[in-house]
Design a protein around this ligand. Structure first.
Ligand code: B12
Ligand code: SF4
Length: 449
């Protein structure tokens, strides 16, 4: 068979005022450009697990969201779904099917809502794809009539033995970053977090040697790749994290990852991360008002317990020459309109190198979604296209929808101006210069962020 793998690329947001701001503010544009150009690791894993004897091609939607004509020449097309583009994915799948191409939908969104997806695809897969995909492909060649496939019905994916993702399928496309995974899942369980929804297994770390093997595979294709670890929370286990860093040092690649605040507790780890060329960690700070975090992490109230030391933790990490991208959620149940000023003050006081503003988003499958739906607080249920992290689709508890929107615009305009960014970033570079770092100029440093 000729098998096409289709990723829906780019970022999504619908709010017209936010789009207008995003088009004019440098900080938003900067991150948007980086983020828009990241291939789908999930599909590259599927490619690596496809049984031999099939022709496999990797595709992405074009910038105008159209799909390459070649997809219509495939026998089977696998599509990865996030909620924000699930409706687009369904429409594409409908078109392909109308043209006689069989389609398989997988990924986070359809794992949460498989029945909805069945109306738009020949096959729907729930959960991690590595073990179920090869069986599905063989079954399709035999003309299977089974449409719903659940990874839980097959041996669990063993993260110790993942294949090398098929980076070679990416050709010479100018990706700014290459995804590699070091861990799967997260030990915590935040009520709003969509990442854990489809993982039917606990937090898993990959053997460091396997991660190195994957980076070497990227290095064979690109001279100086920037690596984005497609993890949820890399440095939960500090000893393992140190070993990872030690083995990354000789590879001389710059990298980005997502982790939690506890990384700041371990100076040796921070030093090793810096030596291993970590350029940025994205951390979910969520709210400068710690009381708003109470009860949000469902296992141990982790977010609330850590919140008190957030300012110092950010400073400690950045003092080691690693920038922090602090992620905030606006509209948590205890947030009042004061939250916008508080976020501004925190960001400027902590000299946060990057700030990511999001609004509380009820992703399907999350406890938050079920709670807000039960409370009648989802404004347009089923509008998955609004699950962008930027569009408001719920009734906040202590402010109006309009107050939340206006607060987001106000903060966006203040935080991402050249002046505000320069003010936050300059101390970072002054510190680097003091440390006589080998890569001193902001230009050289920024080339990797
Ligand atoms: C890297 C990343 C991105 C990259 C994605 C690059 C790409 N083309 O895939 C970029 C930066 C572009 C991105 C953008 C966005 N992202 Co993002 N992103 C992630 C992140 C950190 C890792 C994803 C990843 O690579 N995982 C590792 C791979 C191996 O897993 P996977 O993709 O899920 O694939 C596995 C299975 O799902 C399954 N599978 C997937 N597809 C298929 C298909 C078939 C047929 C089969 C059989 C199996 C299968 O098998 C794979 C292997 O096991 C996740 C967090 C997370 N844990 O998922 C957030 C996450 C997916 N992003 C999220 C969001 C909200 C967005 C945006 C909407 C933000 C925005 N406003 O634009 C956009 C949407 C982009 C789009 N075009 O739709 C949410 C999505 C929640 C949801 N329910 O949709 C997440 C979960 C973050 C969060 N916690 O909120 N993102
Ligand atoms: S700590 Fe981050 S990745 Fe982990 S459950 Fe919470 S939001 Fe999700």
């Amino acid at each position: 068979m000729k098998i096409g793998l289709l990723a829906l690329s780019g970022i999504r947001a619908y709010d017209p005022e936010l789009l207008r701001l995003g088009l004019t503010l440098p900080g938003v544009l900067e991150r948007g450009r980086v983020v828009a150009s990241l291939p789908s690791l999930g599909l590259l894993y599927l490619a690596a697990c496809t049984p031999s004897g099939h022709q496999v091609r990797y595709f992405e939607t074009e910038s105008d969201r159209s799909i390459p004509d070649e997809l219509f020449t495939c026998d089977l097309v696998a599509i990865n779904t996030f909620s924000a583009q699930a409706l687009e994915a369904y429409a594409i799948s409908d078109r392909l099917r109308a043209a006689g191409v069989r389609t398989a939908l997988g990924g986070l969104h359809v794992s949460a809502l498989p029945d909805e997806a069945l109306a738009h695809a020949d096959f729907v897969v729930i959960g991690e794809g590595e073990n179920v995909w090869p069986i599905l492909v063989r079954a399709v060649t035999r003309g299977t009539t089974q449409r719903l496939w659940n990874a839980a019905d097959y041996p669990p994916v063993d993260a110790r033995w993942l294949p090398v993702p098929r980076y070679d399928l990416l050709g010479s496309h100018a990706y700014q970053r290459f995804p590699v995974q070091t861990t799967r899942g997260c030990p915590w369980r935040c009520d709003f977090c969509a990442s854990n929804v489809m993982l039917q297994q606990p937090y898993r770390k990959r053997p460091v040697a396997e991660v190195v093997r994957d980076i070497r595979a990227v290095l064979r294709l690109r001279k100086r790749p920037f690596i984005e670890f497609a993890d949820d929370n890399t440095f939960v286990d500090k000893d393992w994290g140190k070993e990872l860093c030690r083995q990354l040092i000789p590879l001389r690649v710059k990298w980005f990852t997502e982790t939690d605040l506890s990384v700041a507790d371990d100076t040796e780890l921070l030093q090793l991360m810096r030596q291993a060329r970590c350029r940025q960690v994205l951390i979910g700070l969520e709210s400068p008002d710690a009381t708003a975090l109470d009860g949000i992490e469902l296992k141990a109230n982790f977010k609330r317990k850590r919140a008190g030391g957030a300012l110092d933790a950010v400073r400690r990490i950045q003092a080691h020459g690693i920038t922090v991208n602090g992620c905030f959620i606006l509209g948590l149940d205890r947030h009042t309109p004061d939250i916008f000023e508080q976020v501004w003050e925190f960001a400027q006081q902590a000299n946060l190198y990057d700030v990511q503003l999001t609004v509380l988003t009820p992703f399907p499958g999350t406890p938050l979604h079920d709670r807000l739906l039960a409370e009648g607080r989802i404004l347009q249920p089923g509008r998955w296209d609004l699950c962008t992290l930027f569009d408001v689709n719920f009734q906040p508890r202590h402010m109006t929808v309009e107050e939340l929107r206006q607060g987001l615009y106000w903060l966006t305009e203040r935080l991402y101006t050249d002046d505000a960014q320069r003010q936050r970033r300059l101390p970072f570079f002054e510190n680097l210069w003091k440390q006589h770092d080998e890569e001193l100029t902001p230009e050289q440093f920024l080339a990797g962020i």
